[in-house]
Structures are given as C-alpha cells and as structure tokens.
Ligand binder design. Structure first.
Ligand code: F6P
Length: 402
C-alpha cells in the first residue's frame, strides 16, 4: 500500500488565494506525515483520464502571493451542471464510481475541494457517495452561507476600489457621470463594499429594487450642491427596473451575467443629456495577487482543512466566524446564497453618508437605523454626566468621612 495521501483540487472560477490554500494544505499535511497530490482542472482530473501531480515543498514554494491556481480549474465540463442544492442535478453514478476508484487507488485519506457553491454541491454528492471530502469556500462573490468571508472577496474588492479611485479623479476633471459594472453574480457584496470604499454616489444591487428616476434624482441633487460628477456602481446581477437580469444563458452552466452597466449609462444619458462613460471591470477582479487578508484567510483554511481530514471530520467545510476558523457540514453551506441584507450595517452606513441605492429620491433617503431610539442622544449624555457627578460627590463625601 502506498504512503497515505491528501488530495487537493481547485474548481469553478478562479480567484486570488487559491495557491495560498494549496501551499497551506501541502505544508500542514507534510508536518503530519501525509503526501499531497493535486488533481488538474478541477473535478475533471479525478477520472477518465486521471490527471494529477505530486505536490511538494519544492513545487509549491513561492506561490503564496501568486494569483490563479497552479492546478488549473474549470466551471464547465462533466461536473459543472450541478449547481446548488436547490436545483440539484444528480452526478452520473458511473462518474462517482470512477472517482471513488481513483481515490482508493491513490490511498487518499481526504480530498480537499476548494470551490464556490456549485463546486461544493458536487463535493456534497461525493460525500454522500462515500468519497472522503472536505470543503474550502472560495469565491470573489462572498455569497456562501455559513461563512462570513470566502477568500478572494477581499482581493476583488481591493481591485474594484482601486478602479473607483481612478475613475473618481477623471470624473471630477471632466465633470462626467461614470458608471462602473462589477462582478458578484446574484450577490451585491463586491459592489457594496467597493462602492463604500471607493466613494460611490449610487450603488445598484441585486438585493435592492431601484428606478432610473431615483438614480437621476441623486445625480441632480449632487449637481445642485455643486458636484458636477457622479460615480454609479452597478452590480452585474442587479435587476433592471422593469425586471430581468442582463446576460446570456449558457447550456450546462450558470448564466453569464454582464452588460447592465451599458444599459444604465445609456438611460442616464438619455434622461439627463449629460456625458456618461462606462467601465466594466470584469475578470480583472479575479486576477492578480491576493491581499494580505486573503493570504492569511486562505492559509488558515488550508491548515484547517488538513486538520478536519486527520480528525475524520469528512463532509465538513471550513468557515470563518470571526475571530475563529471553524467548520460546518458542507450541506449547510450550499443550500442558500448569502446575499446583502437590506438593513445590514454596511447598507445603513452607506445611507447615512447619503449614498443612494436608487430605491428612493435623494431627499427621502430612508436613513433610519433599525431602532433609532437605541442611539444615545445628547440628553442621555447630560443625564450620564450628572450621574457621574453624583457618584464622584458620594465618593468624596465618603473619603472625607473616613
Ligand atoms: O463567481 C465568480 C464570478 O467571477 C462571478 O462574479 C461572475 O459572474 C462569473 O464568475 C464569471 O464567470 P466566467 O469566468 O465563467 O465568465
């Protein structure tokens, strides 16, 4: 029997930090006496033909800060049609049997599947079939439930924020309206965070309905305050006001979203007779080096995934519940997308700054904390001050009495 091994694969769309997880798994495994093999091109490398490489300290050295994945990945192919548990498509039993055979032949104690919701839904079916798997949540979209953060998200937000910083200066110089379309599929996390960090004036999200009237109202409101430029951040998965997503259907894979930025820009131009320019950031958000945050998160995920295998906690996915790295059954992570909450703190803070979500006119912003009565008023502070004074006086009297 060959030496005991841990397997790794990277599946679905790539993102910064995949190599950091691979390195983390290899280093942590070798400390515990396991060899590592990496399957090529996601799940495809597991069967017919089996394609893998032995992963060592040597061939994973220097990859911590490299974008992409040294193992390759795909979001198409024989395992790609299985998207989410809700729309579960059963994997061909012949494929499952083939994968199990590969895992047994290579004496793999556990397979670390690094992927988003679709890829982890495949891992769940492997688990149910008796193939030893653990999951690591990856996606720039940050839309997996059961974890506060997927690695890759922070790097994507950083890229989008840099783009907004750059748009800001040119928009101000030319007094232009700039529309930027960002990724994120059906979740608005990238647009929300980059919009806040990059000083967006309007943020259009999949989770909050909006109208052109309200978007234009915000732009005019800024103009009435002397700001003759505006930044409009649009998530690719935002719905148009009359309903519908913008993109293309793809057979055997999720719809390819994109194009809403152009539509929004054209309509603003038509209504306001102002110059509007569009940037679509696209895959720039998925490439390049991971941020420090993502390197640390990915490394922790890799080390923790090895721990799960060694402890026999198969069928679980590592997750981040700040400040702890923990784990949950994979099934809990893939049955529901984690989307932006209407009353979440980031949305509320954005509204407090006057950022428009296009859901109401600029002068009617529902800037309301969930329960404004909980916020201390200056009256409360005076009462507190009096109370403090009373205590101080009582303490002084006590001291004098002694
Ligand atoms: O899920 C990650 C993601 O980058 C989405 O934000 C985007 O909609 C999609 O993948 C793009 O996929 P592809 O690389 O197949 O065009």
């Amino acid at each position: 029997m060959s030496h005991k091994r841990i397997g790794i694969l990277t599946s679905g769309g790539d993102c910064p930090g995949l190599n950091a997880v691979i390195r983390g798994v290899v280093k942590a495994s070798s400390q515990l006496g396991y060899d590592c093999v990496g399957f090529l091109k996601g799940y495809e490398g597991l069967y017919d033909p089996v394609r893998y490489i032995t992963l060592t300290h040597k061939n994973t050295s220097g990859i911590l800060n490299q974008g992409g994945t040294i193992l390759g990945s795909t979001n198409k192919g024989r395992f790609a049609a299985t998207v989410g548990v809700a729309d579960r498509v059963e994997i061909d039993p012949e494929l499952l049997a083939g994968v199990k055979h590969t895992i047994d032949q290579l004496n793999i104690a556990g397979l670390v599947c690094i992927g988003g919701d679709g890829s982890l839904a495949v891992a769940q079916q492997f688990h149910e079939y008796g193939i030893p798997v653990v999951g690591v949540p990856k996606t720039i979209d940050n839309d997996l439930s059961a974890t506060a953060f997927t690695f890759g998200f922070d790097s994507a937000v950083e890229c989008a924020t840099n783009a907004l910083d750059r748009l800001h200066t040119t928009a101000a110089s030319h007094e232009r309206i700039m529309v930027i379309e960002l990724m994120g599929r059906h979740a608005g996390w990238i647009a929300l965070h980059a919009g806040i960090a990059g000083g967006g004036d309007v943020i259009l999200l999949p989770e909050i309905g909006w109208t052109y009237e309200n978007v234009c109202h915000k732009i005019l409101d800024r103009e009435s305050h002397g700001k003759r430029f505006s930044l409009v951040v649009v998530a690719e998965g935002a719905e148009l006001p009359d309903g519908g997503l913008v993109g293309e259907e793809q057979s055997g894979a999720q719809a390819k979203l994109g194009g809403i930025g152009q539509i929004v820009a054209a309509e603003i131009e038509r209504r306001l007779h102002r110059e509007v320019r569009v940037s679509v950031l696209g895959h720039l958000q998925r490439g390049g080096a991971p941020t420090t945050f993502d390197r640390v998160l990915a490394t922790q995920y890799g080390a923790h995934a090895v721990r799960l295998i060694v402890q026999g906690r198969l069928g679980e996915m590592v997750c981040y519940h700040p400040p702890e790295i923990e784990s949950v059954p994979i099934i809990k992570a893939v049955n529901k997308l984690r989307t932006v909450e209407h009353h979440g703190s980031a949305v509320q803070a954005a509204r407090a700054l006057g950022i428009s979500f296009g859901d109401c006119p600029a002068d009617e912003s529902p800037f309301a904390w969930n329960d404004i009565s909980d916020v201390a008023t200056s009256d409360d502070i005076e009462i507190d001050a009096e109370f403090t004074l009373d205590i101080a006086e009582a303490a002084a009297e006590e001291a004098l009495a002694e």
